[in-house]
Design a protein around this ligand. Structure first.
Ligand code: HEC
Ligand SMILES: [Cu+2]
Length: 307
């Protein structure tokens, strides 16, 4: 059996065992009836043959149809609530960024700590993964946590987990992505909280993701238009994250990570109401890693509040 090491794992396992149990019971029932009837109605037996009374045939038909209907509804409810719980990320979740590429996993902690093919996290803390790919489609698969989420180029996908047991668990790529797909593996290291605190203090001096993003914001010239003293008319980016933004096509967009990402690489896609589409695309200038830093900066309280 697989180890189960997240809050989701026992729920998925219950679902699996329930499905196996129910299907097994149905198979047994059907096989038993087949064998029973073949013996009872074998050639030459004296069993009574002919029509069932009409009411009996009808009641049996209604009965088994209704029973299967309710079993199916129950299974749907059970499976759907388990699945949809993956979309409700706890508010206090710790955020980790994942960039997949042929053939490795790059992981970034909010404090700026970077890892390759390894992710250290504390036990008992919900972790939200915000993931994208630098090249082709990959899939982030941690069997012990029962999570598997595709990682797509140009898009952010997310998933979350809460580890329940310290230990090291396999991280695999579950989407065939080229020659060394099978080598695209890593480990999730779940640590007791005190150990994790000690581990994460060993940060290098490049600063948090938001601090690195602030420097990039200057270096890429974003301040030339978005700075407080810029002469070009561009919206202030302070506090933009999470807001509903009016667009010049009359609609609204929630400024989530995907929106901020697309604003940087495809600024013409959604133009903020009241502004000219003059922002250049940073496609190819800012890497996926850079964009993660810029977004971390824009999400921080003083993000975008510069000269
Ligand atoms: C040439 C001026 C210019 C530069 C340079 C520029 N922007 Fe913009 N940006 C704009 C304008 C104008 C808008 C509003 C129109 C639009 O949405 O395209 C905008 C919109 C945005 C938005 C959407 C804002 C909102 O309120 O919804 C984001 C996010 C953004 N820019 C980020 C950046 C980042 C990050 C950089 C640097 C990598 C940058 N911009 C560089 C002019 C610029
Ligand atoms: Cu892959």
């Amino acid at each position: 059996m697989l180890p189960d090491a997240s809050t989701l794992a026992p729920r998925i396992d219950h679902l699996l065992w329930l499905l196996i149990g129910l299907s097994g019971a149905i198979v047994l029932l059907v096989v038993a009836l087949i064998i029973g009837f073949s013996i009872k109605y074998r050639r030459g037996s004296t069993a009574k043959r002919g029509q069932l009374p009409g009411w009996l045939a009808r009641d049996v038909e209604i009965g088994w149809t209704a029973a299967i209907f309710f079993v199916a509804i129950f299974l749907f409810w059970f499976a759907a609530t388990t699945e949809t719980s993956q979309y409700e990320v706890p508010k206090d979740a710790m955020e980790v960024h994942v960039v997949a590429k042929q053939w490795m996993w790059k992981l970034e902690h909010p404090n700026g700590r970077r890892e390759i093919n390894a992710l250290h996290i504390p036990v008992g803390v919900p972790v939200r993964l915000v993931m994208t790919s630098q090249d082709v489609i990959h899939s982030f698969f941690v069997p012990a946590f029962r999570i598997k989420q595709d990682v797509l180029p140009g898009r952010y996908t997310e998933t979350w987990f809460q580890a329940t047991r310290p230990g090291t668990y396999h991280l695999l790529c579950a989407e065939y992505c080229g020659t060394d797909h099978s080598q695209m593996t890593g480990g999730i290291v779940v640590m007791p909280r005190a150990d994790y605190a000690r581990w994460s203090e060993g940060t290098d001096d490049t600063g948090t993701l938001a601090q690195q993003g602030a420097r990039l914001f200057q270096r890429l010239g974003c301040t030339g238009c978005h700075g407080n003293s810029a002469r070009v008319r561009a919206p202030s980016l302070n506090g933009v994250y999470g807001r509903m933004q009016p667009m010049n096509d009359g609609g609204f967009r929630r400024a989530d990570e995907q929106y901020l990402h697309d604003s940087i690489v495809r600024p013409q896609k959604d133009v903020v109401a009241g502004y000219q589409p003059v922002m250049p695309s940073y496609q190819g200038i800012a890497s996926e890693g850079d964009i993660i830093l810029l977004i971390a900066y824009l999400k921080s309280p003083d993000g975008g509040d510069v000269q």
